[in-house]
Design a protein around this ligand. Structure first.
Ligand code: SF4
Length: 431
């Protein structure tokens, strides 16, 4: 979501007549778009602001803007701690960015951290980082209250975007050559809960949206992130299975395999229900890849709870897992929980979890050796050649020269936990 917003910040500044520079010391406007989910986000922000201060002292035309989730959360504290910050713009106030920069030039420091989204950020101009892929926001905010998560505090309640607006954006993107979109929402399964359809008692559902986007000409791949296991519904599986452009990959956040910990996290599904969804999705969509998020060392997590997580991981056999060591986020409920787990114990569990997942990721990737997969090229590979992604979101390296956005059939020759090596299959010559 922050990448999506950064593209809007770039687009707004371009529309205001600014062009980008490589050297920050030459910039008239520097925007730090912050993310409060990351650990030590505030230390990183104030570290960056400290580096910018001497640049601003030498270049008094420079305006420094702090945007994003930390701006929304910390508000006036930012300009108290770093008085050389000209503008603080919260997550709901992005459309006012240019106005605020101009007001700061005229009248001094500005802050806008309004509480509600009035203009959906997707309606703003964008300076996109990729010609072939685009992030498309379908909803902002979240109505859940997971006790470890800062998102509801900084992004507010869920606000869905009308299907027509999403479709218009995707159609426009497709006309400019975008072949892959990622639909973004904190909880895509509750998309539409806050919308209505004129003349119909029915609310639009995420499955309706998937089917509608699948009809957009020119588009080849549709991804989405993230579904919430509690709100997952069978119609989404059906829509995924029926829509040929929807990729065979799902990010399905587990967070913990212990029901006791899930309860403390206020995640209202249980491990058996979670595994049941994994089985049903796999049965309906052969070859689908799963990725997940897991938090280790949540307050009160016992060795038995952790064993529950290992058990679910072993059973689900995720292709990839984003594993996190719990650390308290100020402002969240869990930050005030007793029984915070000592760092050494968290690290020890984390190491065991990563070792298990590395083994499973490698085994899952080994199953692809000898098969041919469709790869969409993303750019130069680290080892020379190019790299791209399969429909199942696996990273593939192969030799040759291809433009980003090109498609290639690649025969997989070797597997590693986090990527595959392959060779392009020559196109068949017509007889
Ligand atoms: S559903 Fe996701 S975004 Fe919403 S509170 Fe839970 S973790 Fe945060």
């Amino acid at each position: 979501m922050n990448e999506h917003d950064s593209e809007r910040i770039g687009g707004l500044l371009e529309e205001g007549g600014y062009t980008s520079v490589d050297d920050p010391s030459e910039a008239e406007v520097v925007v730090l778009n912050t993310c409060a989910i990351r650990e030590n986000a505030d230390n990183k922000l104030y570290g960056s602001l400290g580096h910018l201060k001497p640049l601003k002292d030498r270049n008094p035309r420079m305006r420094i803007v702090v945007a994003g989730c930390l701006a929304q959360k910390d508000q006036g504290i930012i300009q108290q701690r770093a008085p050389w910050v000209d503008v603080v713009v919260g997550t709901h106030a992005l459309p006012a960015l240019l106005e605020l920069v101009r007001a700061a030039e005229r009248d001094g420091p500005q802050m806008d951290v309004r509480e509600y989204t009035e203009v959906f950020p997707s309606a703003l101009p964008a300076r996109r980082g990729s010609k072939h892929h685009a992030w498309v926001s379908i909803a902002v905010g979240c109505d859940n209250r997971c006790t470890f998560c800062i998102v509801p505090l900084v992004r507010g309640p869920q606000l869905s975007r009308p299907i027509g607006d999403v479709l218009a954006e995707v159609q426009g993107l497709s006309r400019t050559g975008v072949v892959e979109v990622t639909l973004l929402g904190q909880n895509v399964n509750t998309y539409g809960r806050d919308l209505s359809v004129p003349g119909s008692p029915r609310r639009p559902l995420f499955a309706d949206l998937l089917r509608a986007v699948n009809e957009v000409d020119g588009l080849r791949r549709i991804r989405f992130t993230s579904p919430h296991p509690h709100d997952f519904t069978p119609d989404v599986i059906e829509a995924m299975a029926e829509s040929d452009k929807v990729c065979e990959h799902i990010h399905f956040p587990l967070q913990s395999g212990s029901d006791r910990v899930l309860r403390a996290m206020q995640r209202s599904y249980r491990s058996d229900r979670y595994l049941e969804w994994v089985r049903r999705i796999r049965a309906a969509i052969p070859g689908i890849a799963f990725s997940t998020d897991v938090i280790v060392g949540f307050p009160g997590e016992t060795e038995e709870d952790f064993q529950g997580t290992l058990r679910v991981m072993a059973e689900a056999r995720f292709d990839q897992a984003y594993t996190f060591q719990y650390s308290p986020r100020p402002g969240t409920k869990a930050a005030a929980f007793d029984e915070q787990i000592p760092k050494a114990a968290v690290q020890e569990r984390f190491d065991r979890l990563v070792a298990l997942q590395e083994r499973i990721s490698l085994e899952r990737n080994e199953e692809l050796v000898g098969t041919t997969v469709e790869v969409m090229v993303e750019g130069m590979g680290r080892k020379g050649g190019v790299q791209g992604r399969t429909r199942t979101n696996k990273l593939v390296h192969f030799d040759g020269e291809r433009e980003p956005g090109a498609f290639a059939d690649v025969r997989i020759q070797a597997a590693h936990p986090h990527h595959l090596d392959g060779a392009p299959v020559p196109a068949a010559v017509p007889a």
